[in-house]
Write a protein that binds this ligand. Structure first.
Ligand SMILES: [Zn+2]
Length: 134
């Protein structure tokens, strides 16, 4: 009954996309910051209201195409941040077999098998050479 109602209600609406999730998370951060006494708290109180309203607007919006476009642009903008976390996860999961060096010139991460002693490492991107202990 309730399930069917919710299904019908959200039919044709945007729902919770990545941008709405971030706005929702921001809402909670703003709620906490609104506890700060004085003007700062009041400012964050209004930011809480604004982000709450915007999140609801996104979720309930029927203009799915426009919301999808906004979401796509948002993901495009935060791609370097998402990439950083994705790369960090990979480095962390491979930390026992490989050591990761950051090229001092171009800051590219280079993966070297562990337990090879002191090595001369050549950056595959810029060709810079430096030594590192594996
Ligand atoms: Zn390099």
């Amino acid at each position: 009954m309730i399930r069917r109602f919710l299904y019908n209600f959200f039919q044709g609406r945007n729902g919770m996309d990545a941008l709405a999730k971030v706005c929702w998370a921001l809402t909670f951060i703003f709620i906490l910051l609104s506890l700060i006494p004085g003007v700062t708290g009041i400012i964050f109180y209004f930011l809480t209201m604004a982000s709450m309203v915007y999140t609801m607007f996104r979720i309930l919006s029927r203009n799915v195409y426009k919301r999808a476009e906004e979401n796509r642009r948002f993901l495009e903008r935060v791609r370097p941040i998402r990439q950083f976390f994705a790369d960090s996860r990979v480095r962390f999961s491979q930390r026992k077999e490989y050591k990761f060096f950051k090229c001092p010139t171009c800051h590219t991460y280079l993966r070297v098998p562990r337990g090879k002693g002191k090595l001369q490492i050549t950056c595959r991107k810029c060709g810079n050479r430096f030594s590192g202990k594996t």
